[in-house]
Each structure stands twice: as structure tokens, then as C-alpha cells.
Design a protein around this ligand. Structure first.
Ligand SMILES: NC(=O)c1ccc[n+]([C@@H]2O[C@H](COP(=O)([O-])OP(=O)(O)OC[C@H]3O[C@@H](n4cnc5c(N)ncnc54)[C@H](OP(=O)(O)O)[C@@H]3O)[C@@H](O)[C@H]2O)c1
Length: 234
């Protein structure tokens, strides 16, 4: 539940889905929202927004943000990169490393740094993954691998934090209408609806949130016939 006692921290808050997490948290009555971006310059359009500089690949930056936002009760790990590359592309190793550093290690760094605040507040963490955490799209194979790693991370964090009454959610949307998917011509979710669906999970019973028809249909297909569903994406 989000109310005036909620102190949220959103990474990658300068645009795309992150900006909509900030907007929807404020609309739902959050008391304070730390809006983190690499430049630390998120627009102050509401007095409850606190801009924070954050690069999730930099341990010192992550710890600085966690110190500044020690009253966080809801962590939204939204920052992510997608180099849109297959494993045989010329720069595949560099691309895979960059995606793992942000999508997997970045989420891990953030979870470790913010765990004390979440434990003391019996708070919650939403990790923004992707339906591609559950399956492979070869045109962006290394992105899928990084999100799959982040899903395993999320599952383990959920178990480690459950005794401390901290809830951990995996948000798995399909394509969203942001810069990251600008070259995708298929149907896309609105960033605001995606943020709302992820925040709704805080009052529901599911910890894996499939957002939008594309993600829900793929998850159902994978449960029924994993190989056949995966084959459709090749
Ligand atoms: N768009 C989609 O179709 C889609 C689908 C499923 C899941 N997702 C996930 O949704 C999340 C948000 O993505 P988006 O669609 O809003 O894409 P986006 O517009 O490209 O936003 C990505 C955000 O992550 C930030 N970021 C990247 N590297 C960072 C770093 N090292 N440290 C801190 N912040 C960093 C970016 O900051 P800069 O502006 O400084 O680069 C930006 O704010 C991501 O986790 C993405 O994987 C997206």
C-alpha cells in the first residue's frame, strides 16, 4: 500500500518508465520520492521529489545514494540497458558485459545497499525485469540473459528478505513505449499503465507480475509448453 508514510526510491527516474513510476507514486500519495538519475537532475515538479545522483554500476555512487535515502521504504530498481544485440554480433562481449553490469550487478548492488533501510521499515522492493527474463529473443540474447540472471537474483532476495518482512517483486512487462523500444513496431504498453500495474502488486498476493497481454500470453504458453512457446520466438 502506498500512502504518505511511503518513501520511495526510483532508479533511472529521468525518463521512460522511471519517470512514470515517480508520477504514479506521487499520484498515489507517496510522502517522498527519491528520483535517481545519472546526472542527478530530475525536474523538481513536486515538493515531494528529491533528486539523487546514481550510477548503478558504481559501488561508491550506490552507497552514497543509500546513505542519502536511508529512510527508503520502497525501492524500485528500474534502471536498465538493452544493447539489442545477438551473441554473435561483433561487440557482443562488451554489450553483454554492459547489460549484466546494469541489469544484474546494478540490481544486486542496489539490493545490498538498501537492504538495511528496507529491513528496518519492513518495506518492499520492485525489480523491473522483462518477460524476456523468462525466455530468449535471439536478436537481444544477452539482454535476455541479464534479465534471467536478475530474476534468479530476485527469487533469492525474496527468500533472504522474507524473514525480515520485506516483500520482493519481479515486474515482467512486455514491450513498453519508451526510448528503449523505439524501433519495435508491435503493440506497446504505456509507461504509466506499466508503472501502475507494478505498484498494484504491492496490495496483491503475486510476487511475479506479468504486465500486459504479450507478457501474460508468453507466461501462460511457457507454463503449458515451454519448448513450443520458445520456438515461436526464434
Ligand atoms: N522499453 C521496453 O520495452 C521494456 C520492456 C520490458 C522491460 N523494460 C525495462 O524497464 C526499465 C526501464 O526502461 P525504459 O523502457 O524506461 O528505458 P529507457 O527509457 O532507456 O530508460 C532506462 C533508464 O535506465 C537508466 N540507466 C541506464 N544505465 C544506468 C546506470 N548505469 N545507472 C543508473 N541508471 C541507468 C537510464 O538513464 P540514462 O538516461 O542516464 O541513460 C534511464 O533512465 C528497464 O529495466 C528495462 O529493461 C523495458
Amino acid at each position: 500500500m502506498i500512502d504518505s508514510h511511503t518513501v520511495a526510491f526510483v532508479s533511472g527516474a529521468n525518463g521512460g518508465l522511471g519517470a512514470q513510476f515517480v508520477a504514479r507514486l506521487l499520484a498515489r500519495g507517496a510522502g517522498k520520492v527519491y528520483a535517481a538519475s545519472r546526472a542527478g537532475d530530475v525536474e523538481l515538479r513536486d515538493a515531494r521529489i528529491v533528486p539523487v545522483p546514481l550510477d548503478v554500476t558504481d559501488e561508491a555512487s550506490v552507497h552514497g545514494a543509500a546513505r542519502l535515502a536511508a529512510d527508503t521504504t520502497l525501492l524500485v530498481n528500474n534502471a536498465g540497458v538493452n544493447r539489442h544485440t545477438g551473441f554473435l554480433a561483433p561487440d557482443a562481449i562488451d554489450d553483454a558485459r554492459a547489460e549484466m553490469d546494469v541489469n544484474y550487478f546494478g540490481t544486486l548492488r542496489m539490493a545490498r545497499a538498501f537492504a538495511p533501510a528496507l529491513i528496518s521499515s519492513h518495506g518492499a522492493m520492485i525489480n523491473v525485469l522483462s518477460i524476456l527474463a523468462r525466455t530468449s529473443l535471439p536478436a537481444m540474447g544477452s539482454l535476455c540473459a541479464s534479465k534471467a540472471a536478475a530474476l534468479r537474483l530476485t527469487e533469492s532476495l525474496r527468500a533472504e528478505l522474507a524473514p525480515h518482512r520485506v516483500r520482493v517483486y519481479a515486474a515482467m512487462p512486455g514491450a513498453i513505449d519508451t526510448d528503449m523500444s523505439r524501433d519495435f513496431d508491435g503493440p506497446k504498453l504505456s509507461p504509466a499503465d506499466t508503472a501502475d500495474a507494478a505498484l498494484d502488486a504491492l496490495t496483491g498476493s503475486a510476487s511475479e507480475i506479468y504486465i500486459g497481454a504479450m507478457a501474460q500470453q508468453l507466461a501462460e504458453g511457457l507454463a503449458l509448453d515451454r519448448a513450443a512457446t520458445q520456438a515461436q520466438l526464434l
